[in-house]
Design a protein around this ligand. Sequence first.
Ligand SMILES: [Zn+2]
Length: 183
Amino acid sequence: MRNDEIEQAASDLIHRAGITKTPIPLHRIATFVGAEIHQQTFEDMVSGVLLIRRDERHIMVNKAHHPNRQRFTIAHELGHLALHHNSGDRLFIDTHLRAYQRRGSPSSGAYEEPGSTTTPEEEREANQFASALLMPRSSILAMTEGREYWDELDVASLATQFGVSEQAMTIRLRQLGVLESMF
Ligand SMILES: [Zn+2]
């Protein structure tokens, strides 16, 4: 799946759910797609789980992780639901989730560990979807338009506004061409 298709899918979901504010309210999106979010105790290596059973959709997120990371995990699982679920029951388990990995470099065998039912390509797509859902292209571009000089505090402030880590925001700003690749 191409990146622009993933951007479009995330943007469509935001609009269909009637969301116009940031941080993007993930609980509202989950409700809109019929999913329940559960904060649970997991081993540290488990970030999140998406369970699809008949007409039920459950997203389980590791409650010990930082709130920003939990948000990325929930958005990632919403990505699996939006992009990778066609029909039937399915279980997605995300361990050692490379939530902030740059697109196009699904390195390491982390995704192929026992227990993971997804492919590296699906993981890349779910991460791209999460990034686009949490940091919508149009919102970011509107808020950063005309700005030429950036420092770390600007990125931190933007990250807070969108409920993401500074690292995730930096990657997104580079991807959208707002920041040069050297920051
Ligand atoms: Zn995943």
